[in-house]
Ligand binder design. Structure first.
Ligand SMILES: Nc1ncnc2c1ncn2[C@@H]1O[C@H](COP(=O)(O)OP(=O)(O)OP(=O)(O)O)[C@@H](O)[C@H]1O
Length: 728
């Protein structure tokens, strides 16, 4: 009998930003221009000493002032940083939460010093590890713990395993359950902080560093240390596993070629470092914008670094950014630049939830359809492996070494070309998805404006709607530009594919060796079907991911309809579904719902539209529900009353089926801003108009929604558009 797990509650949290200013180093001759006030404020003075009082009051100086969650002066030690802004987060990792700490700043600003540290001032990596093992030792439950650790670097857009002596190139893979994973990365079981420190030192000795003008030991790669803590319960839920993950990231520093005085390989490294940091900065920008303006496309796919950091930037992670700066006057531009990004990062929201699973967490834990999809994935994988081995089969007639190496490099290039194509196509899908929702909202806004104008020509409501309309138009324009650039990249990719094909055709024409020709043409055919298979696998992974989210929504919906856990379990049993491991964790932000008349409001997950930490969330009002196509303005009075939020996916993508966030509860029945809700068969209706449909809550790509086919969570028009373009 299939069984599903009750989903853990998600909590929306804001990325914490700490700024750390290092002392002037012995190599620096400059003036100290950074001041830290009240442990939160950073003031950067104008490096030009000639500017006086008059310039200042006339706003002609380059003086800049910023406020952050935490700010540390050069006198602060790594332990100070750790105690104030990291330690409490680390405790969550042992309880099954994910956390990311990353240091961001220009070259020589103190990132490695902060993350790794020195003997007398151990860095955040060392301090965090000590805490994890301390907490495990002090834990007085009977739970079993297992700690594993991996350490990688991204150098020139290639991933290496720092725990392997001579690591090959590693690839990223998207797993529907775990998100982005690095295929083949070694994960070592460890029993003490000392053992991890040993591994850390070993890894650091393998890391690519160079001496530059700015920093004697400048890191040329981004390093990610990941610690996984698995907790197996012994008593209450013996088959339950809780997994926490801590990612500690030491980024390479941005630099100017003129400053680092580098050439050749160093210059190329610098360009690559800057490119990936630019990709990170673009993601930070887009995420910051998203919080202020709603849907904006976040270009994670533009670098390996941003793909690896995706969870830390917007997914399931409590994230802390440590922006490191130098106090020297000649670093003014770098310092202000770092602070600008740090300031934007303050807006970023992530959504954390406990990672609870079962020891036998397996596909069979999910509904039958997911089983089928998963089965198909393995079938395709097998087929792929078979085709790969056919490709590698030795030719009957011996080919020369030259031919073999030529074939190998051709094969390598073709597979890179294919991979790039898949990445671009996936990015396009996400982009189109965002745009479709934007256009749908625009359409509803136009309707709402027209309706409202009948009542009041240019009143406050119309103005708010129009302001929102402008924001959506801006987003659409930005996304369209991005769309054009992706299409250009696809054209380039296609050109290269044709060139590769022409090379093969040419070889076929010029080579008299029959079996060699056979291999070449077979290779070409298999290459094409390989691409198709990989693509189908990627799409299926996406569907599985959506299905799991749909299960969460189904659970939440049943809760919202007033059923308690017991009822849901009974209902599930009647349908042949077993709900197990019911672990709805303590509700978050309950204080905000304290006056809710709904007896079940405490179970509600937080939403974009809810009031968080006493602050209305940025995405609130006006409210738009793409699922039911409804647009509504909530009055401030409604906001203040902290209505129980509705249910919807919290990720910015794939949120087609969220349910109206405007429901309020009176007595035992939900109502909405549009009027009372009445239950009619399996859906709720508002004044006879369908509001919440069970089908739509069960989700996209469900059995009842077969028309979506492979394109699971894409609306049919996006899918058909995409299908039309699909030509490898
Ligand atoms: N808080 C600090 N106290 C004393 N010295 C520091 C401090 N922070 C950094 N330094 C010194 O500043 C120099 C540069 O630091 P570090 O190597 O950590 O910079 P980085 O940002 O990692 O640079 P890159 O991006 O080039 O790798 C080093 O000599 C380091 O010892």
């Amino acid at each position: 009998m299939p069984s599903i797990r009750a989903p853990a509650t998600k909590r929306t949290t804001t990325l914490s930003v700490a700024v750390k200013c290092r002392p002037l180093t012995g190599r620096e001759r400059g003036r100290d221009i950074v001041r830290v006030h009240d442990d939160k404020e950073v003031l950067v003075l104008d490096p030009d000493l000639s500017k006086g009082y008059l310039d200042r009051i006339q706003n002609r100086t380059k003086e800049r002032r910023y406020a952050f969650d935490y700010a540390f002066s050069p006198k602060s030690s790594n332990l100070d940083v750790y105690t104030r802004c990291i330690r409490s987060t680390i405790a969550g990792v042992v309880q099954g939460l994910n956390a990311t700490v990353f240091a961001y700043g220009s070259t020589g600003s103190g990132k490695t010093y902060t993350m790794v540290g020195i003997r007398d001032d151990p860095g955040l990596m060392v301090l965090s590890l000590n805490t994890i093992f301390d907490l495990i030792q002090k834990d007085n439950s009977s739970d079993n713990f297992e700690v594993t650790c991996s350490y990688l670097e991204v150098y020139n857009e290639v991933i290496y395993d720092l725990l392997e002596k001579s690591s090959g190139h590693l690839e990223l893979r998207e797993d529907p359950e775990q998100g982005i994973i690095v295929a083949g990365l070694r994960s070592i079981k460890v029993n003490s902080a000392d053992r991890i420190l040993e591994l850390l030192h070993l890894g650091n000795s393998r890391r690519k560093t160079e001496s530059t003008e700015v920093n004697a030991t400048s890191s040329r790669s981004h390093a990610v240390l990941e610690i996984n803590v698995m907790r197996k319960q012994q008593k209450k839920y013996p088959n339950q596993v809780i997994r926490g993950k801590l990612a500690l990231v030491d980024l390479a520093g941005s630099e100017r070629a003129s400053e680092t005085n580098s050439g050749g390989q160093k210059l190329r490294d610098g360009a690559n470092i800057n490119r990936s940091l630019l990709a990170l900065a673009n993601c930070i920008n887009a995420l910051g914008k998203q919080q202020k303006k709603g849907l904006a496309y976040v270009p994670y796919r533009n670098s390996k670094l941003t793909r690896i950091l995706k969870d830390g930037l917007s997914g399931n992670s409590q994230t802390i950014m440590i922006a490191t700066i130098s106090p020297a006057d000649n670093q003014y531009h770098h310092t202000v630049n770092t602070l600008k990004y740090a300031d934007r990062a303050k807006e970023i929201k992530t959504h954390i939830q406990k990672n609870i699973g079962t020891i036998n967490a397996h596909v069979s834990d999910y509904q039958k359809m997911i089983d089928n999809l998963q089965g198909e994935v393995s079938r395709l994988r097998k087929e792929l492996a078979e085709k790969d081995s056919q490709l590698n089969a030795k030719p009957t007639e011996k080919t020369s070494d030259n031919d073999t190496s030529w074939l190998n490099s051709l094969s390598q290039e073709t597979s890179e070309n294919v991979q790039e194509r898949i990445n671009l196509q996936k990015a396009l899908i996400e982009l189109e998805e965002t745009n479709l929702r934007n256009r749908k909202e625009l359409q509803h806004l136009d309707d709402a404006i027209a309706r409202q104008q009948v009542i009041e020509n240019d009143g406050a409501v119309v103005q708010t709607l129009q302001a929102r309309r402008q924001v959506i138009l801006d987003n659409i324009r930005d996304n369209d530009e991005l769309d054009v650039s992706y299409h250009k990249e696809i054209e380039e990719n296609e050109k290269r594919r044709c060139q590769l094909q022409a090379m093969i055709d040419e070889a076929i024409r010029n080579n008299g060796n029959k079996s060699y020709l056979g291999i070449l043409s077979q290779y070409r055919l298999l290459g094409i079907s390989n691409t198709e298979l990989q693509f189908e696998m990627a799409i299926r992974d996406q569907i599985i991911y959506s299905q799991r989210e749909a299960q969460r929504n189904l659970w939440n919906l049943l809760m919202s309809l007033g059923l308690d856990e017991k009822h849901i379990v009974e209902l599930g049993a009647k349908q042949g579904i077993t709900f197990e491991d019911i672990q709805m964790s303590a509700p978050f932000g309950l204080s905000n719902c304290a006056h809710s008349p709904n007896p079940y409001s405490e179970r509600y997950p937080p939403s974009h539209h809810s009031v968080l930490n006493g602050q209305p969330s940025a995405a609130s009002s006006p409210g738009f529900s793409p699922q039911d196509g409804e647009f509504s303005l909530r009055s401030p009075a409604v906001e203040k009353r902290n209505i129980p939020p509705g249910f919807f996916r919290e990720e910015h993508h794939s949120s087609y089926y969220y349910i109206s966030a405007n429901q309020q509860w009176y007595g035992n029945q939900p109502s909405s801003c549009f009027g009372a809700l009445h239950q009619q068969q399996d859906s709720w209706v508002v004044n006879n108009r369908q509001e919440v449909n069970m089908d739509s809550c069960i989700g996209m790509g469900s059995k009842r929604d077969a028309s979506r086919g492979y394109f699971g969570n894409l609306p049919a028009d996006a899918a058909s558009k995409f299908k039309g373009r699909r030509q490898f």
